[in-house]
Unconditional design. Structure first.
Length: 470
C-alpha cells in the first residue's frame, strides 16, 4: 500500500463522481496521458483502476502550483452504482493499481448484518461475547430472555479480571457451554495482546458491564476523583471496550452500568464511536421497582444495534405492579445464630453522623419491608447504610442478608453463587443487575431481531420476484 485516503463521493449533474488528483495517482504510476482500465467487481463492491497500455481511459492533466498534475475523474452512474447509498469511499493505491472501496466501517456493517441474517435464516444460535463477566448474571438474564422468544444464544467467550469467577461460572452458570473460552485477564491487557485477539471469534452480540467504581457516587467520593476517567484502575476501560467491539464486530451491543455513567466522558466517547462504526445507540434506566423486585436498584442500560435494525424501548414489556414483602424471601435463621449482633459501632456511627448533619442512617428491615435499598459489592463489609435484618424478638439485634436472600432481592437465581464464600457471593451479586429487568431486555432484543429478519426476508423475496418478472 502506497496511499490510503477517505474521500467523499461527489456529484456532477446528478451523476456520482470520484475525483483523484495529484500525488496519490502519480505515486501509483498514473501520470498525465497514461492509459488505464476500469474494472467493477460488484460482489466485492469495488472499483479497480489498473495502469495498462492500451487501456480505454486516459489520465487527464491539470496545472496546480505551477506544475502539471494527473487527474482521474470517475463520473459514471453505472461504474459507481456499487457504492449506492454511501457518502464516502476509501482510495487505496499500489504500484499500477488504484482501489476504490467502501469504508471499512461500511464493509464490516454489511458483513455483520449478513452474518446475523444467515444465522436467523438457518435457525442457529447467536454467538455472544461477554466482558467484565463476573458471575455472568447479565449474560444469563439476556440468554433467558432470548430463549423465551425462541432464539438461542451461544456464549463464545467470557472475559473477567478474576479467573476464579470464570472458573465458578463455567460450572454454575447455564449460559456457559463446554467450548466457551474463558479469558481471565484485565480487559486492557487482553485487547493489546495481538495473539490472543487474533484467536477471538466474531460474535453476533456483545454483553458488558464496564466496572462502575469510577462512575458511582460512592466510588468517586471514596477515591477522591473528579471524574470517572480519573480512576487509576478502571477509568480507561472505555478504550479496551471499544477496541474489542471493533475486533469481534457484533450486530448488537448491550452495556449496563450505574446511572451516573450516562454523563461520563467515557459514555460520550462510546456513543460517538459506535455511531461512526455504524450503530444506533439507545439508552434507558431500568428500575427494579418496575419489575417487582425487592431491591429498587436502578441501572443504566445501553443497546446499540447496527443501522437498519429498528429498536424501540417503548416496546419493553414490564409486569403488572404488585407489592412484595421481604418476608417472602427471608431464610429461616435460628434466634441464637452467631450472625445476630447489636452492631453497636454502626449505631454509634449513625448517632455521630446525625449530630454532624450527615444523612448516613442505618437501613433496618424486616419481614414486612416492601423494599430494600441498593446492596453493593462490599456488602459483606457490613457498611452502615446497607440493609440489616432485625431480629424477630430482640430488636436490638441485627444481621446481614444471606447470599441467597441477597440474590432473591435482585431476582437472581441463587445457583449462580452457590459454593462461593459469603464475601465473594456478595461481591458477585452486589456488582450485578436486577435480573428480571434484563430478561425483559433479552426478550425485547429477540423480538426486535425476529421482526427485522421477517421484514428483510419479505423485501428479499419481493426483489427476487421483480428480477424474475424482468
Amino acid at each position: 500500500m502506497q496511499n490510503y485516503q477517505v474521500v467523499k463521493i461527489g456529484s456532477n449533474r446528478g451523476i456520482p463522481r470520484v475525483w483523484l488528483q495529484g500525488r496519490q495517482p502519480e505515486q501509483a504510476g498514473f501520470t498525465p496521458g497514461s492509459s488505464f482500465s476500469v474494472h467493477v467487481e460488484r460482489d466485492r463492491k469495488a472499483v479497480i483502476l489498473r495502469r495498462e497500455e492500451g487501456g480505454l481511459r486516459r489520465v487527464s492533466r491539470k496545472e496546480a502550483g505551477g506544475k502539471e498534475v494527473p487527474v482521474i475523474d470517475i463520473n459514471s452512474l453505472e461504474t459507481l452504482s456499487v457504492f449506492k447509498g454511501l457518502e464516502q469511499v476509501r482510495i487505496v493505491t499500489g504500484q499500477g493499481v488504484i482501489y476504490i472501496l467502501p469504508l471499512a466501517s461500511e464493509a464490516r456493517k454489511v458483513e455483520r448484518i449478513e452474518r446475523l441474517r444467515q444465522k436467523l435464516q438457518r435457525g442457529e444460535a447467536l454467538k455472544v461475547g461477554s466482558l467484565s463477566h463476573g458471575g455472568g448474571v447479565l449474560d444469563l438474564a439476556l440468554h433467558r430472555g432470548f430463549g423465551a422468544e425462541g432464539l438461542q444464544t451461544h456464549l463464545a467467550f467470557a472475559n473477567d479480571i478474576r479467573p476464579e469467577l470464570l472458573e465458578h461460572a463455567s460450572s454454575a452458570n447455564p449460559a456457559w457451554r463446554p467450548d466457551t473460552v474463558a479469558l481471565g485477564a484485565p480487559m486492557q491487557e487482553l485487547v493489546f495482546d495481538a495473539w490472543a485477539m487474533s484467536k477471538l471469534s466474531e460474535v453476533d452480540a456483545l454483553f458488558a458491564g464496564i466496572p462502575c467504581t469510577g462512575a458511582s457516587l460512592s466510588g468517586r467520593a471514596k477515591n477522591g476523583t473528579s471524574c470517572a476517567e480519573a480512576h487509576p484502575d478502571v477509568g480507561h476501560l472505555v478504550v479496551a471496550f471499544l477496541a474489542i467491539i471493533a475486533k469481534v464486530n457484533p450486530a448488537l451491543v448491550v452495556l449496563e452500568n450505574v446511572v451516573p455513567y450516562a454523563n461520563t466522558a467515557s459514555m460520550f466517547i462510546i456513543r460517538h464511536q459506535l455511531r461512526d462504526l455504524g450503530y444506533v445507540v439507545h439508552e434507558t434506566v431500568l428500575d427494579g421497582a418496575e419489575f417487582n423486585e425487592l431491591e429498587h436498584r436502578q441501572r443504566m442500560c445501553m443497546v446499540a444495534v447496527t443501522e437498519g435494525i429498528s429498536f424501540d424501548w417503548s416496546c419493553l414489556v414490564k409486569p403488572e405492579r404488585r407489592e412484595r414483602r421481604l418476608g417472602e424471601i427471608l431464610e429461616s435463621v435460628a434466634d441464637d445464630a452467631p450472625c445476630w449482633s447489636e452492631m453497636g459501632y454502626l449505631k454509634a456511627k449513625e448517632e455521630r453522623d446525625a449530630a454532624a448533619g450527615k444523612g448516613f442512617a442505618m437501613q433496618i428491615v424486616g419481614p414486612e419491608s416492601t423494599k430494600v435499598g441498593t446492596i453493593g459489592t462490599g456488602y459483606a463489609k457490613n457498611r452502615s447504610t446497607e440493609p440489616k435484618v432485625q431480629h424477630p424478638s430482640r430488636p436490638e439485634l441485627l444481621r446481614l442478608l444471606t447470599p441467597r436472600e441477597h440474590a432473591a432481592c435482585k431476582g437472581i437465581p441463587a445457583e449462580l453463587v452457590e459454593g462461593l464464600s459469603a464475601t465473594t457471593a456478595h461481591e458477585v451479586l452486589g456488582q450485578s443487575i436486577v435480573f428480571s429487568a434484563f430478561v425483559a431486555v433479552g426478550e425485547l432484543l429477540a423480538r426486535t431481531l425476529k421482526r427485522w429478519f421477517s421484514v428483510a426476508e419479505v423485501q428479499e423475496n419481493e426483489l427476487a420476484a421483480l428480477l424474475m418478472a424482468a
